[in-house]
Design a protein. Sequence first.
Length: 442
Amino acid sequence: YQSRRARRFAMRFLSTRDSGPPVSFLQALIEGLAPDGGLYVPESLDTWTADELTRLTQRTLTEIGYRALRPYTRGELDATTFEAVIVEALNFPIPLVEIEPGVFVLELFHGPTFAFKDFGARMLAQLMTRINRDARPITILVATSGDTGSAVAHAFHGVPHTRVVVLYPFGRVSPTQEAQLTMFNAEAGNVRAYAVDGSFDDCHRLTREAFRDEHLSTAARLTSANSVNVGRLLPQMVYYFQAVAQLGGASAGDLVICTPSGNFGNLTAGLMAKRAGLPVSRFVAATNVNDVVPEYLERGIFSPRASVATIANAMDVGHPSNFERMLWLYGNSVDAMRADIAGCRYEDDTVKQTIRRVFDERGYLLDPHSAIAYMGLKDHLKPGQRGIFLSTAHPAKFREIVEPVIRTTIETPAPLADALAVPRHILRLAATLDAVAGTLDV
């Protein structure tokens, strides 16, 4: 995987399975998955110069976003249009907070749905708004383990010439997540969320089957808003650069970053940022008991399996799709991957204990996913290193889990309270392709 400086012509995108010709960014965006079933990746990663990294601390979030992503859209979106996309999408803060000496948390939950998925979903929606002028709508089919669906629904709600179909596992998301997912179901609008009788892996399987069905995919004009879509994945590189900017840019020092991982898009974006020059020495992939990637790093064997339900439900993924990008990035070499990534897993009881301890000792409140990231960072920091862990969701989204642990009521942000107040319209769906096709009127 060769990195190179920005070029003045359009970046091309390839399938991880290396079949078929390269395509444009906009084609990769619309198609979601490559025709061969692979995932699109840029043919090269644009590298930052040492001077640019030194000046990171002087740049705003939108300036960092423009610099990080412009090379992948140049030649297809004019500079003024792309700048408008960045400004409109990245309009919320991403603070870096030191919670104990040398340990920092990057809070990614200050967007409209209080989860890190807002970052990529809003970028994707803004891009789609500007490129899809066809009166026949594009259908965005997305599987979610909780937060992706609500972020996509919110980002695309009311966007012209688009309709959104969200599949989520019935009974395996938090009440707050379900409220956010279903809040638009009562409207005669462009967003619908369906509770699938199965796991997230079933939801993900259904989206892949739908994309592989040529008639269904063509008739419904299907595209994806999961992190399999490179247009949602690449924007996630931005907050890694933003984190380092807040820590001192090129002078950040010997830095470790821990990413809570489920479908592994978040970590993949970080690894791409590292290849582009992000000054980080090592990543930690922290999971719950759904630990197929940590197992691969330990044993060199990738063994997908049915997911297990945990209190960190957004990470309940037994067959992470972005692992294919990780393999491609490292040339299918487990040793090369191990050089950059450490893996770890944590069980629910340990997660709860950590939430309570950090709250009691540091006065900082973690949601279950962020608690896993905190533990992963602490377990892999060496003396003299500084570390950042990613906080991917507001703890109020998991109040049913967190409040009994800390024995204190969590203040609910007004938008979440408003979503909980809306009567739920739950639409049940069998875990079959025919059932999905029925939702698409095909």
